[in-house]
Structure formats: structure tokens, C-alpha cells
Design a binder for this molecule. Structure first.
Ligand code: ZN
Length: 151
């Protein structure tokens, strides 16, 4: 197992670890778009993670999302789940999702209507690992910046 897989994910419960490692090994929506409307590069200097997020919009909805990146399992799995979830959603829906996810990572609990988070709930254990918060939120910072640009 490469060191990046051991770091972080191993501290989570077995079920959550499986979901995270599955996305890390087989990232969804990975790659680049031919004509992205937004392209955001984010780096996490503490862990060495990088994420480049590319989005196309149709009106106020994200039509396509792709990412490329390198780094620990938590950062890459979070990007994979995010890119998969954002397609078809409106800017308002995504701002809410980003704030629900940020709360999950920083406090470990889901908001009342946390059902929209789906698989992202696998990251609730990251709340106990403060030095991993930036890893889990890296891709979401890129998403927020892209939404801001677009708006
Ligand atoms: Zn990391």
C-alpha cells in the first residue's frame, strides 16, 4: 500500500475507509474538459495535495465536472465524490451542499436534512482528525471559488 493510502484513511471506521479508498483507487469524473467555463487549481501545502477542478455551466447549473489531482486518499476521494455529485445541480444547491459538507467535516455531524450528502457522510470521521480537514475540504474550496467566479 503506498504511503498516501495509509495516511488519514486508516484512522476512519472500516466502512468509511472502504468508501474513501474505493473513490481514491477508481476516481469518478477524473480527467479534463475540452472547453471548461471554470478551471480552479488548489493546493494543500500541509499535505502536498493538489486538485484542479474543471466545470462547464448551463445557465446556473453545472453541466459537467472533471478533476485531476494528486495527494492523499482523503483529498482525492473527496474530489471524486464532489465531482460526481455536482453535475446537474444549481449554484444555490451547490452552495448549500458545500456548507453542509464543511459542517460535517468540521463538526462530525450532519445537518438535519443531511440526506443530500449521501456517500459524503463517509467523511464524518475526519472531524476527529483536525490535520485532515484541509485535505477533505480542498476540492470544495475549488468548487466554491468556481461558483463565485461564475456568479
Ligand atoms: Zn491530504
Amino acid at each position: 500500500m503506498p504511503p498516501s493510502e495509509r495516511s488519514g484513511a486508516a484512522d476512519l471506521s472500516a466502512l468509511y475507509q472502504d468508501i474513501i479508498l474505493d473513490h481514491y483507487r477508481r476516481p469518478r469524473n477524473s480527467g479534463k474538459l475540452e472547453h471548461p467555463d471554470e478551471r480552479i487549481l488548489r493546493k494543500n501545502p500541509f499535505c502536498g495535495d493538489t486538485i484542479e477542478l474543471q466545470l462547464t455551466f448551463d445557465g446556473d447549473r453545472v453541466s459537467e465536472a472533471r478533476f485531476t489531482g494528486q495527494g492523499c486518499a482523503i483529498s482525492q476521494a473527496s474530489a471524486s465524490m464532489m465531482a460526481q455529485l455536482v453535475e446537474g445541480k444549481s449554484v444555490a444547491e451547490l452552495e448549500r451542499l458545500a456548507s453542509d459538507f464543511t459542517r460535517l467535516v468540521s463538526e462530525g455531524k450532519t445537518v438535519e436534512d443531511g440526506s443530500s450528502l449521501g456517500e459524503l457522510r463517509a467523511f464524518s470521521g475526519v472531524a476527529r482528525l483536525p490535520n485532515r480537514h484541509l485535505c477533505a475540504l480542498l476540492a470544495w474550496g475549488a468548487l466554491s471559488e468556481a461558483l463565485l467566479h461564475h456568479g
